[in-house]
Unconditional design. Structure first.
Length: 150
């Protein structure tokens, strides 16, 4: 039985070792902030942090997450960078439908945690592959840039 460290809490889960982390979070633990998008790690909707690095939970077997610190959208706002980005998201009115936003925020937090003064090119590069069907990319970049310049 895998033991996971999710948002600072140890959780024992009785699941197959090859079950994707996304389904453990959503279906087993009821943490529905992390969304299902494509199932092939192409859209970014399912992004969580594994030891602070943005990863796609839809293709990450739970066995590979064991022994690592997992952070989801439910707790990212408890970090200084996460709280700043969530405020910037509101200030720049990023959200339209909202479906991709947890993955977008998780990717942005990972970027600014590793590169707090990211420039435009670095922001675009880091956020490439996080898809938004509402096309709020300009506002997403503006929100990230506002935090990187603060």
């Amino acid at each position: 039985m895998p033991t996971l460290l999710i948002n600072g809490q140890r959780r024992d889960v009785d699941v197959p070792a090859d079950m994707p982390l996304l389904w453990v979070l959503r279906d087993v633990l009821g943490m529905t902030g992390t969304k299902y998008g494509c199932g092939i790690a192409q859209c970014g909707v399912c992004t969580v942090h594994l030891d602070g690095k943005a990863v796609r939970s839809c293709v990450l077997p739970v066995s590979q997450a064991e022994g690592h610190a997992i952070t989801t959208i439910e707790a990212v706002g408890e970090t200084e960078m996460g709280a700043q980005l969530q405020k910037a998201w509101l200030a720049h009115e990023v959200v339209q439908c909202g479906y991709c936003q947890s993955g977008q925020i998780m990717a942005a937090v990972a970027l600014l945690e590793s590169n707090p003064k990211a420039n435009d090119e670095e922001i675009v590069t880091a956020m490439t592959g996080n898809l938004c069907r509402c096309a709020t990319y300009t506002r997403i970049r503006a929100a990230i840039k506002s935090v990187s310049q603060a």
